[in-house]
Design a protein around this ligand. Structure first.
Ligand SMILES: [Mn+2]
Length: 281
């Protein structure tokens, strides 16, 4: 398919989680005039701990370089995981221009601010801590919880401190984190008289009009495998390069021997998702 622009972010090349094969499929399917890479493309943070570089990840880099060489406008806007690149604002590496932010004028005349978005993440430090601890923190929490209730029993304290309750507040906090992030970005682009923002960073894809201003997030290529494309009339579309089996199959569909369940490869590889996405920190 031919589109005017492609926007992708949070590819995290150099990590085990990077879904390079899916991204290659997507890039094969979509030709464009502009390719905007909105940050966290190469994950230098993770590579400090250990590099996981696959042939597919190598091919991603080669394909992007080749597209740039063949006349596609390729722009790299660094994120926090590739922040070293921010020192090269305005510098062209071969055919790829590095910009810390950029205003993209869509075919319909709308003006969008392009940036990674971590500048608007109020809790980046907390987030970093959370990302590093991950499962370790959760397991510890479970153990601490068991220990605390034993202590409470020993001290004959009434009540029970609930881990579920704690987890719920955490989820609520995560939801409000996403809303705070969106609000901050929408506020910023309105102040600058722009029509919208296209960013990444929070790994939560969305195209959401908010009182005349459009909030767009490209999602990521670690988990959701999403990208945003601009059609030749300026229309933006969220593309998911992979649909989970559960969502693609009708629930409890009767299966006969004549029509076996489709395998993952037989399912449609692209689709559109709009509206609220899963919340992920
Ligand atoms: Mn980021």
């Amino acid at each position: 398919m031919k589109v005017r622009s492609i926007f992708i972010s949070d590819v995290h090349l150099g990590t085990r989680g990077c879904q390079a094969e899916r991204l290659l499929d997507f890039l094969r399917d979509y030709e464009s005039e502009n390719l905007f890479l909105l940050g966290d493309i190469i994950d230098f943070w993770a590579m400090n701990r250990g590099i996981h570089w696959t042939p597919a990840q190598n091919t991603v880099v080669q394909k992007i370089l080749r597209r740039a060489r063949r006349g596609e406008q390729v722009m790299l806007i660094p994120g926090n995981h590739d922040e070293a690149m921010r020192e090269y604002d305005g510098v062209s590496f071969g055919d790829i221009l590095v910009r810390c932010e950029h205003i993209h004028v869509a075919a319909d005349g709308r003006r969008y601010l392009l940036l990674h978005g971590d500048e608007f993440d109020q809790v980046t430090r907390y987030h970093r801590w959370l990302a590093v601890l991950g499962d370790v923190g959760y397991n510890l929490l479970v153990r601490v919880n068991a220990w605390l209730s034993r202590l409470r029993r020993l001290l004959r304290r009434p009540g029970y401190w609930s881990l579920a309750g704690y987890a719920k507040t955490r989820v609520k906090r995560a939801v409000s984190f996403v809303f705070d992030f969106e609000d901050a970005l929408i506020h910023a682009v309105r102040e600058r008289g722009l029509d919208g923002v296209i960013c990444g960073h929070i790994h939560s894809a969305a195209i959401r009009p908010v009182d005349g201003t459009v909030y767009v997030n490209c999602g990521d290529w670690v988990d959701s495998c999403t990208a945003v494309v601009e059609h030749h009339d300026g229309r933006l579309e969220l593309v998911r390069a992979w649909q989970p089996v559960a969502a693609a199959l009708p629930a409890e569909a009767p299966r006969s021997a004549a029509s076996p369940a489709p395998t993952l490869d037989e399912l449609p590889q692209t689709g559109i998702i709009c509206g609220a996405e899963t919340v992920r920190l």
